[in-house]
Design a protein around this ligand. Structure first.
Ligand SMILES: [Zn+2]
Length: 137
């Protein structure tokens, strides 16, 4: 994957979410709180209502991408930039690449580094999937 192609392969948040759902759940949504697979999907947004424990969730809940207001496209690009660079990418360089503040870039770098140990399998799967550039897997 050439980074210039990222926004062509993932033109909106929607394609990013489809990819995340494939990587995390193999396409079958699972409640992060009680592991139930019984859910009702929301028509308007990519959220699910768990019919077992009565909570709602999205695919990023309980992952290193949880509680983020940033576009997932920016995260995808950041993940590739952070994990591909031979020497560690600086927050200034990352900020310039994805148009966020230096502070935001710094926080993203910390999250991705931590994900390497805390969410190894998910992160590896995600990197491979983004690299393949096909959100439908
Ligand atoms: Zn549940």
């Amino acid at each position: 994957m050439n980074l210039d192609q990222l926004y062509i392969c993932f033109p909106s948040q929607k394609e990013c979410i489809i990819l995340l759902e494939e990587v995390r759940w193999r396409g079958l949504p699972t409640c992060p709180y009680c592991k139930s697979k019984k859910q009702t999907s929301s028509k308007t947004q990519k959220r699910y209502h768990c019919n077992t424990c009565n909570t709602s969730y999205s695919v990023t809940v309980g992952t290193f991408l949880g509680n983020t207001k940033l576009d997932l496209q920016k995260w995808f690009k950041a993940i590739l930039l952070i994990t591909r660079s031979q020497k560690e990418i600086s927050s200034r360089d990352l900020a310039n690449e994805i148009y966020v503040t230096k502070d935001t870039a710094w926080l993203m770098i910390q999250r991705v580094r931590k994900a390497r140990t805390d969410y190894t399998e998910f992160l590896d799967g995600l990197i491979q999937a983004i690299d393949r550039g096909n959100y439908k897997l």
